[in-house]
Design a protein around this ligand. Structure first.
Ligand code: AMP
Length: 124
């Protein structure tokens, strides 16, 4: 079976702007951000979506999503954050490898998004 784009990122076959990684998860900036700091949190073991996920991932992914969301909020001075999971084509899922969208929101208008600059802000 062909690899998903996220498996290629996990395997480092293609680059990503990574903000977090541990044994089970990777998080990187979305190439097509809806907002400044739009991040994808992805389990390293591929399942099609959250409905198919292992008990282990179901029990830990929200904890990781919240931890990263707090970092994004703090580092980017966001005032809110949306956590979205699309499951199935008709719901808007394009990449069939479980992922959470972590999308920061701001009270003030923010400058046009440059993902490299955003990465710098998050990591420093
Ligand atoms: P979904 O519609 O929930 O499947 O979302 C898939 C997301 O993956 C979209 O927001 C895309 O912009 C994002 N995406 C696709 N390819 C890449 C990539 N190479 N690096 C980062 N994000 C990606």
């Amino acid at each position: 079976m062909s690899k998903t784009i996220f498996e290629m990122i996990i395997n480092k076959d293609i680059p990503s702007l990574k903000i977090y990684e541990d044994d089970e998860y990777i998080a990187f900036l979305d190439v097509n951000p809806k907002q400044k700091g739009h991040t994808l949190l992805v389990p390293k073991i591929k399942q099609k979506n959250i409905l198919e996920e292992s008990k282990k991932v179901k029990e830990s992914i929200l904890e990781v999503a919240i931890m990263i969301s707090k970092i994004l909020k703090k580092k980017l001075n966001a005032t809110g954050i949306k956590i979205i999971i699309n499951n199935g084509k008709s719901s808007g899922q394009i990449v069939f490898h479980t992922h959470f969208h972590l999308i920061p929101y701001y009270d003030k208008k923010v400058k046009p998004i440059n993902n490299e600059e955003v990465l710098n802000k998050i990591l420093n």
